[in-house]
Write a new protein. Structure first.
Length: 47
């Protein structure tokens, strides 16, 4: 039972870190263009 006193705050901390990382990535524009990267390999860039 005493292990829960360690695991619950640790899980909350990890969750908060991942939410903060998601918010940071969203504000930096990581998710602005979700359509172009999958089809970028189909574009011919050879000159």
């Amino acid at each position: 039972m005493s292990v829960l006193y360690l695991l619950i705050p640790l899980a909350i901390l990890f969750g908060a870190v991942f939410v903060a990382a998601f918010i940071w990535a969203t504000r930096r524009g990581q998710f602005d263009d979700l359509d172009t990267p999958p089809v970028r390999i189909l574009f011919d860039d050879d000159r």
